[in-house]
Write a protein that binds this ligand. Structure first.
Ligand SMILES: Cc1ncc(COP(=O)(O)O)c(C=O)c1O
Length: 380
C-alpha cells in the first residue's frame, strides 16, 4: 500500500463510518447491491461466479481488511465456516493448540476433528502462556488458536506473547477477536497471523446477518489455500448479507464504544448486588486478565460479561426468564441486550458453572439496563 492509501491514513472509526471507495458509480454515497451469481465473459474480468467472489463481497472485504490492518480479508457464510476454513487448510493430522475456554460449538467441532483423526488437538488454559508454550511442538504444531476475551468466562490471552510462542515453534497464530472487534484490539499489529470474527455479532451489530470473517497479515500460500477452501467448499457469504454487513459496519465504532461504556458501568454496579457472587468482566481490576486486557485493548474492555448468582442454577434460570430489556436469547453483539443461562445450553462439557448468566450488553440507556436487572435480581 502506498503512503497516500486512505486505508493507511484513516483510523478505524473513520474506516468503519466512511470507507473510501464504497460509493456507487452514480455518486450514491452507499454501494449498490449486486445480486448476480454469474458475470458475462469478456465483461468485468474481475468476477466470474459468486462462489469465488463478487463486487459487494470484495468491497466489504476491503473495508474489513482496512479495519484490521490486514493485507486481505475473506467473508464467509458464518463465523463457524470462517474458523473451519482455517483448520481445514492445515494438512491432515496437523497438531493444533486450542484454549479450553472458547466458543463452545467451535470447541466441540475441533475436538470432533481430533477424535476423527483429522487433527491432533492439545487443549490448554488459554490465559496461561506457559501452558501454551508447553503444548506447542516445534516443527509439528501448525496452528495456535486463541480467543480473547473468550466466551463465556471472558478469560484474556496475551496476543503478543502467544504470537511469539507460536512463531518460535513454526506455527501460525489465529485469534478469534469477535468480542474485541477491530475497534478495541487489532491482533495483527500484536503479531497474530490471522484474525477471525463471527461477523454475526458486533461487526454487523443488528442481529440480522449470519456471517464470518478472516483477515490475514500476509498473502502467502496458506492464505491462498484458505481462499481455495472457501471457494471449493462453497462457504462464501451471500451478497445481500455482505451488503447488510457493510451497512452495519458504518456504525461499528460508535456501537462498540457505547456498549463497552454501558458494560463497565454495569459490571461495577453488579459487584454491589447481594444476589451476585461473581462478575466476570476483564474491565474489572480484580479480573485475572485485567492488566493484559488493559495493554492490548484500547478504548474499552468490550461489552460481554458473565455473572454468577448465589442462588445457584434455579436463581440463574429465574433471572434469565424474568428480565425484560435483557432478552433471553443466544448470540451477542447486537444493539439490544441479551441474557442467557449458559450451562444448560452448552451441556456437560461446558466450563460454565451452573449459576452463570452470560450478558451481552447493548446500547440502551444504562439506567434502564440496571433497573431491569435489579428487578430480576430482587426476585431471587
Ligand atoms: C466468539 C465466537 N466465535 C465464533 C462464533 C461462531 O459464529 P457464527 O454463529 O457466526 O457461526 C460465535 C457465535 O456465537 C462466537 O460467539
Amino acid at each position: 500500500m502506498s503512503d497516500d492509501d486512505p486505508t493507511q491514513r484513516y483510523r478505524p472509526a473513520t474506516l468503519a463510518a466512511n470507507f473510501p471507495g464504497v460509493e456507487a458509480p452514480d455518486g450514491g454515497v452507499v454501494p449498490p447491491w449486486q445480486p448476480a451469481t454469474t458475470y458475462v465473459r469478456g465483461g468485468n474480468q474481475e468476477f466470474t461466479y459468486l462462489r469465488d467472489d463478487g463486487p459487494v463481497i470484495a468491497t466489504a472485504e476491503a473495508q474489513l481488511a482496512a479495519l484490521e490492518g490486514a493485507v486481505d480479508a475473506l467473508l464467509f457464510a458464518s463465523g463457524m465456516a470462517a474458523a473451519d476454513a482455517v483448520f481445514r487448510t492445515l494438512p491432515p493430522g496437523a497438531h493444533v493448540v486450542v484454549p479450553d475456554v472458547m466458543y463452545w460449538a467451535l470447541n466441540a467441532w475441533v475436538k470432533d476433528q481430533g477424535e476423527s483423526g483429522h487433527l491432533r488437538v492439545s487443549s490448554v488454559d488459554g490465559a496461561d502462556l506457559d501452558a501454551i508454550a508447553a503444548a506447542v511442538r516445534p516443527g509439528e504444531t501448525g496452528l495456535v488458536w486463541i480467543e480473547t476475551p473468550a466466551n463465556p468466562l471472558w478469560t484474556v490471552t496475551d496476543i503478543a506473547g502467544a504470537a511469539e510462542i507460536a512463531h518460535a515453534a513454526g506455527a501460525r497464530l489465529a485469534v478469534d477477536s469477535t468480542v474485541a472487534t477491530p475497534v478495541l484490539t487489532r491482533p495483527l499489529e500484536l503479531g497474530a497471523d490471522i484474525v477471525m470474527h463471527s461477523a454475526t455479532k458486533y461487526l454487523n451489530g443488528h442481529s440480522d446477518v449470519l456471517a464470518g470473517a478472516l483477515a490475514s497479515a500476509r498473502d502467502d500460500d496458506f492464505w491462498q489455500r484458505v481462499r481455495k477452501v472457501r471457494t471449493l467448499g462453497g462457504a462464501i457469504i451471500g451478497s445481500f448479507e455482505a451488503w447488510l454487513l457493510m451497512r452495519g459496519m458504518r456504525t461499528l465504532s460508535i456501537r462498540v464504544e457505547r456498549a463497552a461504556a454501558n458494560a463497565i458501568a454495569l459490571a461495577g454496579w453488579l459487584t454491589t448486588q447481594p444476589a451476585v457472587s461473581h462478575v466476570l468482566y476483564p474491565g474489572l481490576a480484580d479480573h485475572p486478565g485485567h492488566d493484559t486486557a488493559a495493554r492490548q485493548m484500547q478504548g474499552g474492555f468490550g461489552a460481554m460479561m458473565s455473572i454468577r448468582l448465589k442462588g445457584g442454577f434455579d436463581a440463574a434460570a429465574k433471572v434469565a426468564a424474568t428480565t425484560k430489556l435483557f432478552r433471553e436469547a443466544t448470540s451477542l453483539g447486537g444493539v439490544e441486550s441479551l441474557i442467557e443461562h449458559r450451562a444448560p445450553v452448552e451441556g456437560p462439557q461446558s466450563p460454565c458453572p451452573d449459576d452463570l448468566l452470560r450478558l451481552s450488553v447493548g446500547i440502551e440507556d444504562i439506567e434502564d439496563l440496571k433497573a431491569d436487572l435489579a428487578a430480576a435480581l430482587a426476585a431471587v
